[in-house]
Write a protein that binds this ligand. Sequence first.
Ligand code: TYC
Length: 101
Amino acid sequence: MPDTVVKPKTRVKTKVERPRLHKVILVNDDYTPREFVVTVLKAEFRMTDDQAYKVMLTAHQRGVCVVAVFTKDVAETKATRATDAGRAKGYPLLFTTEPEE
Ligand code: TYC
């Protein structure tokens, strides 16, 4: 009698997905000078003076502004560095992150 041939019952299907991007969000406060916010945006997010000023003003007027999107690690690192730059000067400047939908 020939050996029984057992067919595999499971298949491996490779699924590649793009990593979810995370937003870096600038939060307004009453103490950090506008010029300092612009300087940090330019240094940490490589923005032009114009771009940085618009983002700062949007956060100032609306409470928050999305600065840019990155992979999770990069977003968190940049938000931390930018927040620390404010803290080093005694300002409550805050950058947070959240996943994109
Ligand atoms: N509101 C601050 C001021 O009037 C400026 C500012 C803008 C601070 C945006 C933080 O995310 C910010 N000096």
